[in-house]
Design a protein around this ligand. Sequence first.
Ligand code: SF4
Ligand code: SF4
Length: 83
Amino acid sequence: MALYITDECINCDVCEPECPNDAIYQGEIIYQIDWKLCTECVGHFETSQCVEVCPVDCIPIDPSHIESQDDLLLKYRMLIKKR
Ligand code: SF4
Ligand code: SF4
């Protein structure tokens, strides 16, 4: 599953540089995650790096983009091929 950022985000900018897939960007009001690029850090790290660093705990799983671990691994492989 991809993750998303809720409106509790305080725009602290801590998560953005931690994302190995460059999936996090500054939106119009708060930071956002491009779900097409988020692998929940599968392939890079054991845990979601943005969730680890977020001081206000505002990065839950996105229920509208449900993906299995296998889907996420496939997504990871597709993303590294494009680099
Ligand atoms: Fe990036 Fe990982 Fe957070 Fe997804 S879970 S946005 S890949 S840091
Ligand atoms: Fe927003 Fe959390 Fe990212 Fe800070 S770490 S910009 S509060 S989502």
